[in-house]
Design a protein around this ligand. Structure first.
Ligand SMILES: [Zn+2]
Length: 212
């Protein structure tokens, strides 16, 4: 091979390398951007729930103050709220928000017991979160909606029985709002955490849960 041939070969190899490198970098950037986007969406859903739970703390504190027997439950609720905030801060992957919602599910359950005790009502049975919006807290019954038996909070059960739509939690997907169960992989960990204590339980058998 003459000198010009060698130069051309080197140039061709270098050009091919640049094209491949650009493609790899481009793919890496797109994957990173997609990961960041999913992380942002999952964080905003989890953050809204932690804040919603936080908004109830003052009401729960007042209930506990009025009824010293409920003080232990308030201590538990506060500890779980703090743990949910910590898990929110620590989450680095969309899937890690399942830890936040696992703690919130337990926290909402403790809050429901506190409210029942303060109202002098019997302790409610432990039930899975409301399917329509797990942020509503523990369900009170199962109702049939679109041919499925689903755990529902009292307010949504009343709406569905009256023929109205339940208050469905919506999330962002592709620039529009969709029910959270159509939200795609960004929300999978967030939703799964709410029901992770309920694997195999008949109350959630009509909910499609994907264990990762
Ligand atoms: Zn509900």
């Amino acid at each position: 091979m003459d000198y010009l041939g060698v130069v051309l070969l080197v140039a061709a190899v270098a050009a091919a390398f640049v094209v491949i490198a650009r493609r790899v970098i481009g793919r890496g950037r797109r994957a990173r951007a997609e990961r960041d986007r999913q992380l942002r969406l999952a964080r905003s859903a989890a953050e809204a729930d932690v804040n919603g739970f936080g908004d109830e703390m003052a009401r729960l504190a007042a209930l506990a103050e009025a009824d010293p027997a409920a003080a232990d439950l308030y201590t538990l609720v506060s500890a779980l709220h703090a743990r949910a905030q910590e898990s929110l801060r620590e989450a680095r992957q969309p899937d890690e928000f399942s830890r936040v919602t696992e703690v919130l599910e337990e926290g909402r359950w403790a809050a429901a017991r506190l409210a029942a005790r303060a109202a002098g009502q019997p302790m409610p049975a432990r039930r899975p979160p409301c399917f329509f919006n797990p942020g509503h807290g523990p369900s009170t019954c199962n109702i049939v909606w679109r041919h499925r038996s689903l755990p529902s909070c009292a307010a949504d059960a009343i709406r569905v029985r009256a023929g109205a739509d339940p208050y469905i939690r919506t999330v962002e997907r592709g620039g529009r709002r969709v029910p959270y169960w159509e939200g795609g992989p960004a929300y999978a960990g967030w939703a799964r955490g709410y029901y992770s204590s309920w694997w195999g339980n008949g109350l959630v058998s009509d909910i499609a849960l994907t264990k990762v």
